[in-house]
Design a binder for this molecule. Structure first.
Ligand code: FAD
Length: 403
């Protein structure tokens, strides 16, 4: 590849792959470099975690041809939010708000499969994998990126470099961008269980003093489970035998969703918030987890990263049709500006949710109970909460994101 690319995306995870697909028909010369070979079992985030996708994200992934009616995604039609020991509970019903669903749940492995299939169908996109970015040098008219594959390295020039290489982004550190890191000292244990009565589109979020539990509908009889525990307990809880693990979950979650059986493999993820000090540099931009990694409690990480990618795709298509430079400072400034509110609000939302739901300070508990209580009764509040949860926030591109 001797010519200069318009766009090089480093990182073919959930967000980088989505951006590559969104740009395939743009007329731009785009390449996607991914450190591991294109196989679901090798890609780090195409794993057992169950992703709650906001409705805006489902719409966008359908518009991109990644998901369709046959995809293994289960709609979330109702949400039940409660806290052990507090009297309030909030029940949200999509039908009451005149909506078919709030969003959908899909195992990350299945979304990974769908992304890889859709990448295979891209006609103009150049895919380079396995290829790990190991050096970056920015000049006035292009960025030179060195990609290593086994023992060989090659050099690629691009007018715009997109860092979509996850929480520990190499691109971010090579650009000299610092991060603010916060360790929540919690780990999420992710698995699936069989439920004896169908959830029928009902998702539960239950907060307890020792951490939140989310139960997500997965087809007829399975449910995705996300259990937060203090990090020092995580390995021990994940290693419990099936019966002891189920007893632990019931102790936390209660019995409102019936009896759980047949837990799948348990995988702990240490939880940290990682926020890049800035999301652009000369001819370079960060998106997805490379720009911000948030606590998964609010189920916002991929939804937020997808919006980073969709706004960037829209700006790049506009630049292409007007003959503008895809790496121009003005375009990057526009991306930063258009993403700022959503980034700040979603990060704060995920963080506040952790702080508020974890606290045992009495006034906060009462406010929290009243908050849930009020949420359950006041229609406009519910609508606002539901719309934010569905991913309709900030300045999102029109394509595929209509309400
Ligand atoms: C337990 C858990 C549950 C979650 N649940 C939800 C949810 O319900 N809803 C939601 O929206 N989000 C959720 N998330 C968050 C979501 O998984 C992330 O936001 C999302 O994976 C970020 O995607 P990404 O593409 O930015 O980064 P990643 O998925 O981490 O992908 C980065 C990619 O870059 C590649 N890479 C790294 N370094 C290099 C390099 N030097 N050169 C080339 N390639 C490189 C990696 O191999 C990888 O494929 C959850 C996260 C966790 C941990």
């Amino acid at each position: 590849m001797n010519e200069t690319l318009d766009v090089l995306i480093v990182g073919g995870g959930l967000v980088g792959a989505s951006l590559a697909i969104a740009l395939d028909a743009s007329g731009l010369a785009v390449a996607l470099a991914e450190a591991v070979p294109p196989r679901v079992d090798l890609q780090p985030s195409y794993d057992e975690r169950n992703l709650a996708l906001a409705r805006a994200s489902v719409n966008a992934l359908e518009a991109l041809g990644v998901l369709d009616a046959a995809s293994p995604a289960t709609p979330i039609r109702r949400i039940h939010v409660s806290r052990r020991g507090d009297f309030g509970a909030a029940r949200l019903d999509a039908a009451e708000l005149g909506l078919p669903a709030f969003g959908a749940v899909i195992p990350a492995r299945e979304l990974g499969n769908a992304l890889l299939r859709r990448l295979d169908a891209c006609t103009r996109l150049v895919r380079i994998a396995p290829a790990q970015a190991v050096a970056i040098e920015a000049n006035a008219d292009a960025v030179r990126v060195e990609l290593r594959s086994g023992d060989s390295t090659r050099s690629v020039r691009t007018r715009l470099l997109v860092g979509a290489d996850g929480s520990e982004s190499f691109v971010r550190s090579a650009l000299g961008i610092d991060v603010q890191r916060h360790d929540y000292r919690q780990s999420a244990i992710v698995t699936a269980v069989t439920v004896d009565k169908p959830l029928d589109g009902l998702a539960y979020e239950r907060f307890t003093d020792s951490g939140p539990v989310a139960l997500l509908p997965l087809g007829e009889r399975r449910a995705g489970l996300v259990l937060s525990v203090p990090t020092e307990q995580a390995e021990g809880v994940a290693a419990l035998d099936d019966a002891a693990f189920i007893a632990f979950v019931h102790e936390r979650f209660g019995w409102r969703a019936g009896r759980f059986t047949r837990p799948g493999r348990r995988k702990p993820y240490p939880l940290a918030r990682v926020l890049a000090d800035r999301t652009s540099a000369a001819r370079s931009v960060l998106i997805g987890n490379a720009a911000q990694t948030v606590h998964p409690l609010g189920a916002q990480g991929f939804n937020l990263g997808l919006r980073d990618a969709l706004v960037l795709a829209e700006l790049l298509r506009e630049a292409q049709s007007s003959g503008a430079d895809p790496g121009a400072d003005a375009l990057l400034a526009r991306h930063v500006e258009r993403r700022a509110d959503d980034r700040a609000a979603t990060t704060a939302f995920s963080d506040e949710l952790v702080r508020l739901t974890g606290s045992d300070f009495l006034p906060l508990r009462i406010a929290r109970s009243l908050g849930l209580h009020a949420l359950d009764r006041i229609a406009p509040l519910k609508r606002g909460f539901a719309l934010r949860g569905m991913g309709f926030r900030g300045d999102t591109p029109a394509a595929g994101l209509s309400r």
